[in-house]
Each structure stands twice: as structure tokens, then as C-alpha cells.
Ligand binder design. Structure first.
Ligand SMILES: CC(C)(COP(=O)(O)OP(=O)(O)OC[C@H]1O[C@@H](n2cnc3c(N)ncnc32)[C@H](O)[C@@H]1OP(=O)(O)O)[C@@H](O)C(=O)NCCC(=O)NCCS
Length: 169
């Protein structure tokens, strides 16, 4: 399979925050943002693999800023690294100022998707070749995050988490 770039999977969803999607403080409900990020990431993983993809884990989410009612929210997802059947997808979220159009980053997240066949069995995906400095940085750190996720899920033993062990050597 021919290697692809993160840019080839880039997926941008822009939508606004409506009253039914907010919490008691009139800010975007966290679960609503998680769903929007899941949708964008799923499309990005599908673009990379050209397969059905399922969410395997949500590895990291940081709700650093509130997203007020009426905000225009842009969710951008790109595959940061592909392994054999799984893909790490990095998601960045911005809101834009109505008057100036200036964008403020409000959230970032990292999800893992697995490409599956029509029976739900994991299937191989193309490799990825990062191009920009941030894509290269995210690619490099992805193996460490995969090992952490598998360790927390009880799918590998601490001794097999070589990238994590290297942090403490
Ligand atoms: C995700 C799923 C396909 C994995 O199936 P599995 O039988 O565990 O398959 P494997 O153990 O071979 O794992 C497949 C890949 O997923 C990765 N993976 C599995 N669990 C993971 C986790 N918690 N974190 C990171 N990667 C994970 C494996 O490392 C492997 O990656 P690789 O092939 O690139 O090395 C299966 O658990 C599933 O279908 N889950 C439900 C998905 C779903 O419905 N999501 C929506 C929830 S509402």
C-alpha cells in the first residue's frame, strides 16, 4: 500500500453552537464537542484508510476554554500516525471571533481508530509520511501514546511499553 500524508486525511467541520447543545452556563456541553470531534476524526481515518473505521479509544482530551452559545466552532482532524490496522488522529478545535474572524484554539484531542472489514475484523491501512514540523512531532510521540493506551487497557504488559520505559531511563 502506498504511503499517504496527514494532509490527505485532513477533515474540517465548521458548525455553530445552538441552545440544545449547551450546559447550564450556556457554554457548549462537553459530550457534544466529543461527538463532533469523533465525527471529524472518523472521516479523517476513513479518508486515510478508505475503509470502515471504528473508535477504539479516546486517548487525550483537554477542555481548556469554554465555548459560548452562538460560537462558530471549527474542528480539524488529521491522521498523525498509522500502525498496522490502527490510526492515531489528532484533533484541534477553534472558535472564531464574529467581527474580526480571528481564531482562538479552545480544545485538542487524540483519538485512536481501527480500520475494519465488513465483518468488523481489523484490516491493514497505508503507512503515513509526516511533512510539517508539527506532523513530525505528533508522528514521533504517537507510538508512546499507543503504548500508554494499550497499557491502561490491559492489552500489553509494562515491560512491553518500551517507549514509556525509555522516558524514565
Ligand atoms: C477496536 C476493535 C476493532 C479492536 O479489535 P481487537 O480484536 O481488539 O483487535 P486487535 O487487538 O487486533 O487490535 C487492533 C488494533 O487496535 C489497536 N487497539 C486496540 N485497542 C486499543 C486501545 N485501547 N488503544 C489503542 N489502540 C488499540 C491495537 O493495538 C491494534 O493496532 P495495530 O493493528 O495498528 O497494531 C474492537 O475492540 C471493536 O470493534 N471495538 C468496538 C469499536 C466501537 O464500536 N467503537 C464505537 C464505540 S460506541
Amino acid at each position: 500500500m502506498k504511503s499517504k500524508t496527514p494532509e490527505q486525511s485532513k477533515t474540517v467541520l465548521t458548525d455553530m453552537v445552538l441552545p440544545g447543545e449547551t450546559n447550564a452556563l450556556n457554554n457548549l456541553f462537553g459530550g457534544e464537542l466529543l461527538a463532533r470531534m469523533d465525527r471529524a476524526a472518523s472521516i479523517a481515518a476513513g479518508r486515510h484508510s478508505r475503509c470502515i473505521t471504528v473508535t477504539a479509544s479516546v486517548n487525550h482530551v483537554a477542555f481548556t476554554k469554554v465555548v459560548p452559545l452562538g460560537s462558530v466552532v471549527t474542528v480539524e482532524a488529521k491522521v498523525s500516525r498509522a500502525f498496522r490496522t490502527s490510526m492515531e488522529v489528532c484533533i484541534d478545535v477553534w472558535i472564531e471571533d464574529r467581527k474580526s474572524g480571528d481564531k482562538t484554539k479552545v480544545n485538542e484531542a487524540i483519538y485512536t481508530f481501527v480500520a475494519v472489514d465488513k465483518n468488523g475484523k481489523p484490516t491493514a491501512v497505508p503507512e503515513i509520511t509526516p511533512e510539517t514540523p508539527i506532523e513530525k512531532e505528533r508522528f514521533k510521540a504517537a507510538l508512546r501514546r499507543k503504548q500508554l493506551s494499550l497499557l491502561l487497557a490491559g492489552k500489553i504488559k509494562p515491560n512491553d511499553a518500551t517507549e514509556l520505559k525509555a522516558l524514565f531511563d
